[in-house]
Design a protein around this ligand. Structure first.
Ligand SMILES: [Cu+2]
Length: 171
């Protein structure tokens, strides 16, 4: 058959279409690696590795709000724990202790830091012990941004990442 310019253009279109549909799965994967596009961006998330038979662990991260409206982290969930609570560390009579909070504010065009010694997500009644090198799935629910998922690598708690949770029990 004679390849007219019109047929030629159609062949190119069909080829382009086929290529773009092939490219879809790779694109999806990339999206997942970027941890989803959301008004809230999550950076440097990590979950504390626990010694055997620990009841609890904690998750830490930076929350960035790219909108002009203040948001709040309302709750969190993880398949490795029966419950997750939002906590902050308070110093009372030279003792550090944790206290549940209703929400963690993320200011407009600002950020909130969840870190040892400050705000954190407490993973309570672990179903499995988070081990260094693994990744833990977390779902965070924000007042405005809604649900945001993150895969947080598990890390050993180093010297700077300490003392908040079980101090009361140990001493
Ligand atoms: Cu806590």
């Amino acid at each position: 058959m004679r390849v007219t310019p019109v047929v030629y253009v159609m062949i190119i279109l069909v080829a382009a279409l086929a290529l773009s549909s092939c490219a879809q799965p790779a694109k999806m994967e990339k999206m997942e690696q970027m941890e989803a596009q959301s008004d809230i961006e999550i950076q440097s998330a990590w979950v504390r590795a626990t010694p055997p038979n620990s009841k609890n662990s904690a998750a830490y991260m930076m929350l960035h709000n790219h909108t002009d409206q203040a948001d709040r982290l309302l709750s969190a969930q993880s398949p490795i724990a029966h419950a997750a609570e939002l906590h902050m560390v308070v110093k009372k009579d030279e003792m550090m202790s944790m206290q549940p909070v209703d929400s963690i504010p993320v200011p407009a065009q600002g950020s909130a830091m969840l870190k040892p010694g400050g705000y954190h997500i407490m993973l309570i009644n672990l179903k499995q012990q988070p081990k260094a090198g693994e990744k833990v799935h977390l779902t965070l629910t924000f007042e405005r941004a809604g649900g945001v998922m993150v895969m947080a690598p598990v890390q050993e708690s180093g010297s700077t990442m300490m003392k908040h949770d079980h101090i009361k029990k140990k001493k």
